[in-house]
Design a protein. Structure first.
Length: 288
């Protein structure tokens, strides 16, 4: 995730960042500019169409469809942002439940060995969830505290081991029975957060909807110079690619943020959040 000053307008306007959609779109923009120039040349010099020809009325179609495409892109962007923001709330919930659970463990005044287990397990759940959402194998530092099978759901294994540890401590009399309800609520929250993140990760925008928007934008843009050449002439060469840049950028931004747990510039700061959880849990339990 990019950290920036939202008040620094000059930097935004004149600097092209690696996250700018221009980097992805410039080859297509050049192609559309060449196509627009070819259409303008044919209509003005070869076909010698005039203002009286019906082909100039193609621009009426664009006037009607412009509202439709704008509404589709607004809905698309809002849907993706809702997924991005829900992902941020889930990761914020993971931070909170990790801290709360660590504080409760500290208040129980367990043995050093038991505290070390939770000091290791709580942040490792966050790291395992991060790698799980990125479809990578999780390789944490070697430890005999928790053994996992890489072929299975690793966050579930870590959460299950923490639950087993709590029940073992209750059975041993180290944790009062009445404290189990409070601890179980936090332990259940870990799995609930994992399920929420998986729902975002594994349920993209419907395929047909995404394909339709891309086709709609493409057809809309490449037909613009057919009717606009009568009023703009060769100015369609820079103007049509600019319209493509605006419309396609909205779709690209929506694509990028609909899965917010990856490595894209506008994705959530998952690595930072996991590192903060590890540091905060260490501060809480490190000297317990």
């Amino acid at each position: 995730m990019i950290n920036y000053n939202p008040k620094d307008w000059i930097s935004f306007i004149f600097r092209i960042h690696r996250a700018d959609t221009f980097y992805k779109l410039w080859p297509l923009m050049i192609s559309v500019a060449a196509l627009s120039g070819g259409i303008a040349f044919l209509e003005l010099n070869f076909l010698k169409l005039s203002e009286s020809d019906h082909v100039k009325n193609v621009s009426m179609m664009h006037n009607l469809l412009g509202f439709v495409i704008s509404m589709l892109l607004v809905f698309r962007t809002n849907s993706s942002y809702d997924r991005w923001w829900e992902g941020r709330k889930l990761l914020g919930g993971l931070t909170n439940v990790s801290r709360n659970f660590a504080m409760k463990i500290r208040a129980l005044k367990l043995d050093t060995k038991d505290n070390e287990f939770f000091e290791y397990a709580i942040p490792k759940y966050a790291f395992a969830l991060k790698e799980h959402l990125r479809e990578k194998k999780y390789f944490g530092k070697n430890s005999i505290l928790i053994e996992v099978e890489e072929s299975k759901h690793i966050p579930n294994q870590i959460a299950g081991r923490m639950i087993s540890k709590i029940y073992e401590l209750v059975a041993a009399g180290k944790i009062p029975q009445e404290q189990l309800i409070s601890l179980n609520a936090d332990l259940n929250a870990f799995t609930d957060i994992c399920g929420g993140c998986e729902r975002i990760k594994n349920t993209p925008i419907p395929f047909s909807y995404s394909v339709f928007i891309k086709k709609f934008i493409f057809v809309y843009v490449i037909t613009l110079p057919i009717g606009w050449v009568f009023s703009l002439g060769y100015w369609v060469i820079p103007i049509v690619p600019f319209i493509l840049y605006v419309l396609a950028s909205l779709e690209l931004i929506a694509e990028e943020i609909e899965d917010p747990f990856g490595y894209d510039a506008n994705d959530l700061p998952v690595d930072t959040i996991c590192n903060n959880i590890e540091r905060h849990v260490g501060e809480i339990l490190g000297h317990a």
